[in-house]
Unconditional design. Structure first.
Ligand code: FMN
Length: 155
């Protein structure tokens, strides 16, 4: 199964998860870049505001998700919501994504992030995983196991 791990990350947590998962699965990885600055206190405040308002943003990414059997998509949770970068990515690529798996990283309050991702994509993901920052190692292990099980012919 050809797998792509796509992620957006403001401060590195989601990036770390994406990298480790991609390595464990021998998958390709693609970082979604938000062209709007999310740095500093102003960036932080705007980030929460934009996520709450369901805003899209200007993004850059490299790989075509249509080339993959499974696209694993990761986002941080912002104000209980999906980030504008991943919202935009899902909207732009929903016709191209055959099978999706979602993961979110957060401090413990997921809110409606995963629900929103499913709604935007317009189809059910094959797997959903919440990773809490404090228990990241455990979360990565479980996510990798879940994804590996998807392509296990013995299951
Ligand atoms: C603007 C903003 C809003 C956030 N809102 C939430 C939230 O609602 N619930 C939560 O558990 N964590 C929240 N967080 C924490 C992040 O989801 C968490 O630290 C995440 O792992 C960061 O991922 P990153 O390092 O890949 O950017 C928020 C962080 C930011 C910057």
């Amino acid at each position: 199964m050809k797998t792509l791990v796509v992620f957006y990350s403001r401060s590195g947590t989601t990036k770390r998860v994406a990298r480790e998962v991609a390595e464990a699965l021998s998958a390709d990885v693609d970082e979604v870049i938000d062209k709007k600055s999310r740095k500093g206190i102003l960036g932080f405040l705007r980030a929460g505001y934009d996520a709450t308002r369901g805003k899209t943003t200007e993004i850059e990414f490299e790989k075509d998700p249509f080339d993959y059997d499974l696209v694993v998509i990761g986002t941080p949770v912002w104000n209980g919501r999906v980030t504008p970068a991943i919202r935009t990515y899902l909207l732009r690529n929903r016709e191209k994504i055959k099978n999706a798996a979602f993961f979110c990283t957060c401090a413990g309050r997921l809110g409606k992030c995963l629900e929103q991702m499913e709604k935007i994509l317009g189809k059910r993901p094959v797997l959903r995983k919440i990773l809490v920052r404090k228990k990241l190692e455990e979360g990565i292990k479980e996510l990798v196991e879940g994804l590996k099980a998807l392509s296990d012919p013995n299951l």
